[in-house]
Design a protein around this ligand. Structure first.
Ligand code: ATP
Ligand code: MG
Length: 286
């Protein structure tokens, strides 16, 4: 079971969109996926059309039986956020509260991936995500503000490693909302690559292009693949999910074509949906 946190202290950079699309694509590719909405805003839960008045993340952290808290969605299981999560800092203020998620996840079996959507605040929920995760994906909008915030963010990850989880790794920086029509996006992406190298990490080859399909799919409460499998965002997030799988040590040969198997159970099943190969924007090293 690989636990992956989509993170950045900066708001609106695509954490939720990345968590949702990655969970959906891995799920439709035959992996068993649990998504956890660790943000009191509940954007993941809302965009996936989950019920918000039932037990979810809050109850799971409190130690309720997982089967009472998990909702079965079409492609993944979900621990949804509700209004009580905004009280998390007060509710979970005992010594060791940063490790509640890690502890609760130990009771689960059979998931290939756990995808954590985190909030832009460095609160007890985000610290729980850092403490439980094997890997962090740093989502950054392709602009200079995100670039200037990168050092600060990486410092936080280092502190999280020092105090909560020495095994936490940074899988890489994912550039989102990339505008392929402008040279400034290309230049900014190159600057991210240079800075990432200096910080001892990498920028994912796949970049996520700006695509109106993202907002439309979220409004319709479906994932971007169901909304339009041929839109830029669907192509890019499919490529990213596959790249992430490989970065996290997945066997390339096992990611083969076979019929998608939504929400399947425990044994490793790796496949991509049958569809013609499409052009994907990647930043290739020359
Ligand atoms: N590739 C994209 N193309 C177009 N719009 C996008 C793209 N990615 C994200 N968005 C839009 O940008 C906004 C912010 O995205 P998202 O909610 O995923 O960011 P976030 O980092 O989770 O924000 P927060 O920090 O508030 O939780 C949303 O309205 C989303 O629809
Ligand atoms: Mg979000």
């Amino acid at each position: 079971m690989k636990i992956i946190a989509m993170t950045n202290k900066k708001g609106g950079v695509g954490k939720t969109t990345t968590a949702l699309s990655t969970a959906a694509y891995l799920g439709q590719s035959g992996f068993s996926v649990l998504a956890i909405d660790m943000d009191a805003q509940g954007n993941f839960s809302q965009a996936s059309g989950a019920k918000r008045d039932e037990a979810g993340t809050f109850d799971f952290l409190r130690g309720d039986p997982p089967e009472n808290c998990i909702q079965k969605m079409a492609k993944y299981d979900l621990l949804a956020a509700d209004a009580r999560l905004s009280r998390a800092d007060k509710e979970f203020d005992q010594i060791g509260s940063e490790h509640l998620l890690e502890k609760a996840l130990k009771r689960l079996k059979g998931y290939d991936y756990v995808i954590l959507d985190t909030s832009p605040a460095m609160n007890v929920l985000t610290l729980n995500a850092f403490a439980a995760a094997d890997a962090a994906v740093v989502c950054c909008q392709t602009d200079s503000f995100s670039l200037s915030g990168l050092d600060d963010l990486m410092k936080n990850v280092d502190l999280a490693k020092e105090y909560y989880n020495k095994d936490l790794t940074v899988a890489g920086i994912l550039l989102t909302r990339y505008d392929s029509r402008t040279s400034i996006s290309k230049r900014t992406a190159e600057m991210f690559k240079e800075r990432a190298k200096e910080l001892g990490t990498r920028v994912f080859e796949t970049v996520i292009r700006e695509s109106v399909a993202i907002k439309e799919s979220q409004m319709r409460q479906c994932d971007v693949f169901d909304y339009s499998a041929s839109c830029h965002a669907a192509e890019d997030y499919a490529a990213f999910a596959k790249e992430l799988y490989i970065v996290l040590g997945g066997d390339k040969k096992k990611w083969q074509k076979s019929s998608p198997k939504p929400n399947a159970s425990d044994s490793p099943r790796i496949s991509i949906p049958r569809q013609p190969r499409k052009r994907t924007t990647t930043l290739r090293r020359r």
